[in-house]
Design a protein around this ligand. Structure first.
Ligand code: 4AD
Ligand code: MG
Length: 477
């Protein structure tokens, strides 16, 4: 007799003698009904105990959170809400749980409380559903690239270059912080550090991914990414996962097509394969929004929102058009934005991005051709000399989901740009080599995985879609 998962048992349309199942007790009602969950599905299996047949001392140990092993008969359920249940014949407590102190009581807990108990929060319906979706989305991502001829590349976590030029990096060093070796000028002498130079945790695998695109053609990375930006928002993590495809001979229009097709495909995958979890999260979101004033509730429920993205074209809008829309918008004229848009060249804040997707276009938007001086050094300069072939994809409720661009493939133009931004050529000699030996048009983008999980689950805080969030002042677990 093999142990079956709860998901396997619940999908049986026949009744079975002798089933065995292991899991954690969610509730034990009336000394008779155990709701058992093992993480394989959002649903519990009901296990019915005839208390006359069991020791009272044993039944006392069936407490919320306890790990138990049940043998019994799978029968058609007499009760409502489930098709089958287990008539318990044998019952073994594998691990007791102290009911008094177990943090995950069978009641509503706040997400703040559950964050402090992140090691146990995946025993709740909401967090187990979120993590199953996270797993499913990451599978869908690999599946999409695999089926479309991309190679999966592992780019380094420790790097000597600042790909985004934002300088928000975590230093990697084995020097003694109390007594570091110094140069003659009194600076820290990184020549004596582990790698013989200054190194940091990567902010993006893009630059290395470009080297592989320029040899293998179509590649992607999917790995941990680190940013030491001190932004304590519901959309930023210090450690997050980024997906970065990079494709040779593809221009910005191709990049937009790829990103749109990719997002639709992976979201379509979870619509098909994670129905129960999505339905649960949909209901959770509707319940949570009941307490909000009508105007703040989402106009669509979760499933409709995902379907909408899968079924409709994203709107493609140039930065210049977007600035015109924003300049003439009500919140700008009434000075409701924190940052008023006055001139072309202004960087867009999340309030502006959200106005464009949520109020103006009401669908995902791809903004492109941004001013050169608000974007990274590697983006392809347009013929106008002032904009670059950048694209950001903005999603309702999320803001920036994707950032990407066509890359500057012209050696001289790239060198000039680096010079203007004080990026030493010695640091990126290998990146420049790509432009010396067989350079070609190429493009790619970065998708923040947790932002995608937020969208697909309807969770409002990025800390609740990653197992153990790293944020300023917080690296517990
Ligand atoms: O726009 P970003 O900074 O672009 C890059 O890093 C490029 N090198 C990508 C490329 O072209 N290959 O970051 C890409 C995405 C953002 O759109 C956002 O979704 C996510 O990464 N992201 C974050 N997610 C969580 N926490 C943070 N601190 C994030 N910073 C960026
Ligand atoms: Mg960006």
């Amino acid at each position: 007799m093999t142990t079956k998962t709860v998901a396997e048992l619940l999908s049986q349309d026949i009744t079975l003698q002798d089933v065995t199942v292991k899991g954690w007790v969610r509730t034990f009602r009336a000394n008779r009904f155990i709701a058992l969950n093992d993480g394989s599905t959002i649903n519990n299996i009901q296990c019915v105990v005839d208390f006359e047949n069991f020791d009272e001392a044993l039944l006392k140990r069936i407490t919320t959170g306890a790990a138990i092993h049940i043998k019994g008969e799978l029968v058609e359920s007499q009760g409502k809400g489930q098709s089958v249940e287990i008539q318990v014949k044998e019952l073994e407590v594998l691990g007791d749980s102290d009911a008094e102190t177990y943090p995950i009581q069978p009641k509503k807990h706040t997400f703040e409380f559950l964050r402090e108990n992140a090691h146990l929060r995946t025993r709740t319906n909401t967090f187990s559903a979120v993590m199953r979706l996270r797993s499913s989305l990451s599978f869908a991502i690999h599946k999409y690239f695999n089926e479309n001829g991309f190679y999966y590349m592992h780019t380094p976590i420790i790097t000597g270059s600042d790909a985004e030029g934002a300088g928000e990096m975590f230093r990697v060093s084995t020097l003694d912080p109390k007594n570091p070796p110094l140069t003659e000028d009194g600076d820290v002498n990184y020549k004596e550090d582990f790698f013989g130079k200054e190194t940091n945790l990567t902010v993006s695998g893009q630059l290395e991914a470009e080297t592989f695109a320029m040899s293998l053609g179509k590649v992607y990375t999917f790995g941990p990414t680190f940013r030491a930006e001190n932004s304590n928002t519901s959309r930023h993590l210090a450690e997050f996962w980024m997906i970065e495809p990079e494709v040779a001979f593809m221009d910005l229009a191709g990049n937009m097509d790829l990103a749109e097709d990719f997002l639709k495909s992976v979201l379509g995958y979870v619509l098909e394969n994670n129905k129960e979890d999505l339905e649960f999260l949909d209901k959770r979101l509707q319940d949570a929004e009941k307490t909000l004033p009508q105007a703040e509730r989402s106009p669509m429920n979760l499933l409709d929102k995902i379907k909408f993205v899968v079924e409709n074209n994203f709107k493609r809008v140039s930065y210049t058009e977007a600035i015109d829309i924003l300049r003439n918008s009500k919140p700008n004229k009434k000075k409701k934005f924190k940052y008023i848009i006055e001139e072309w060249g202004a960087d867009l804040q999340s309030e502006h991005e959200r106005y464009l997707v949520e109020k103006h276009f009401k669908c995902p938007v791809i903004l492109f051709d941004y001013p050169a001086n608000i974007k990274a050094f590697y983006m392809r300069l347009n013929e106008d000399g002032k904009t670059v072939r950048a694209m950001d994809i903005l999603f309702p409720g999320i803001g920036e989901m994707v950032g990407g661009s066509q890359r500057e493939e012209r050696l001289e133009v790239l060198k000039e740009k680096m010079k203007a931004l004080d990026i030493p050529e010695e640091e990126l000699w290998w990146y420049l080599d790509l432009r010396k030996y067989g350079t070609a048009v190429h493009s790619g983008f970065g998708l923040g995985f947790e932002r995608l999980v937020m969208f697909a689950t309807g969770m409002g805080n990025i800390r609740d879609v990653i197992p153990y969030p790293r944020t300023p002042q917080n690296a517990e677990f």
